[in-house]
Ligand binder design. Structure first.
Ligand SMILES: NC(=O)c1ccc[n+]([C@@H]2O[C@H](COP(=O)([O-])OP(=O)(O)OC[C@H]3O[C@@H](n4cnc5c(N)ncnc54)[C@H](OP(=O)(O)O)[C@@H]3O)[C@@H](O)[C@H]2O)c1
Length: 263
């Protein structure tokens, strides 16, 4: 039986991924902040076939709590796969030139420090036992700059680079690392986004693709792949041309209401 820890297990991609593993009888450790939604996700996982589901209400910005809870979960029974998925989106609306500095800092604390706080506590334990798998959820926004999501792009490119570095460093210790790069996925996070969303898929379909990639221990799980290839190509083309094309799209990314750099 595989034991899997997922942050952001109460909603969207994290919840759908938990359900996909539940169908195989996994042992799940789900993290989230919204206790009722986390409890509902856990019950759905039990109904879907999970052998065991633990839930932990915690804010990923709380470094001390995350270290304590992740280590305790691993000591009860070794975590085989840890998925750092929790995150929030923020950005600009047409005509807006600057993101609210408080929302920028809150998002950075969740999307960057929250990933460190989730993954760091498991690395020594997995390396010591010579086995384990770590997955970090990035975004197409981490591949090439989008003018309407400046700080979100900065956060996701930071975790992309960190995941890429860990993927290079940890295999000698028996630990594999996967960077997950989703395109548009229909989730509560994405619902307020007003934009053309090519290749948009359901959270269930996203979870199926992510799980297949993780089962094969792929280093990068990017979907849809044509969008990933296009974003990679854009990053090689002259910046001014690509920026000019991107500005032609009308995009409204609602600013996050999250505040606070620590939980
Ligand atoms: N949807 C997309 O199109 C898309 C595309 C690319 C990348 N992504 C990435 O995919 C990941 C999941 O997003 P989603 O679309 O599934 O969004 P979602 O449905 O809004 O789910 C986000 C999850 O993150 C948790 N979370 C947020 N802030 C948290 C915090 N401070 N502490 C603990 N948990 C927190 C939420 O828990 P609570 O609600 O319980 O607080 C929720 O379970 C994110 O990292 C996102 O950046 C999504």
């Amino acid at each position: 039986m595989t034991r899997i820890l997922i942050t952001g297990g109460s909603s969207g991609i994290g919840r759908a991924l938990a359900l996909a593993y539940a169908a195989e009888g996994a042992d799940l450790v789900l993290f989230g902040r919204d206790a009722p939604r986390l409890a509902e996700a856990a019950q759905s996982c039990r109904d879907a076939g999970a052998k065991n589901v633990e839930t932990h209400v915690a804010d990923v910005r709380d470094r001390e709590a995350m270290a304590r809870l992740v280590k305790a979960a691993d000591e009860r029974a070794a975590i085989d796969l840890l998925v750092a998925n929790a995150g929030v989106a923020t950005g600009l609306s047409p005509g807006q030139i600057l993101e609210d500095p408080d929302s920028v800092r809150a998002m950075m604390a969740i999307n960057v420090n929250g990933v460190f706080n989730t993954v760091e506590p498991i690395i020594p334990a997995m390396c010591a036992r010579g086995g384990g798998q770590i997955a970090i959820v990035g975004s197409m926004a981490g591949v090439r700059a989008l003018p309407y999501s400046p700080s979100y792009c900065a956060a996701k490119s930071a975790v992309h680079m960190w995941a890429d570095c860990l993927r290079g460093a940890l295999p000698p210790y028996g630990v594999s690392v996967s960077l997950i790069v989703p395109g548009f996925v229909k989730t509560p996070m994405n619902a307020p986004l007003k934009a053309w969303q090519p290749g948009s898929i359901s959270d269930v379909e996203a979870a199926r693709i992510v799980k297949r990639g993780l089962d094969r221990r792929r280093g990068v799980i990017a979907f849809p792949y044509y969008m990933y290839a296009a974003m990679r190509l854009f990053s090689f083309l002259p910046a001014g041309i690509v920026d000019g094309v991107m500005r032609r799209f009308t995009v409204e990314v609602v600013e996050t209401r999250e505040r606070g750099e620590s939980a």
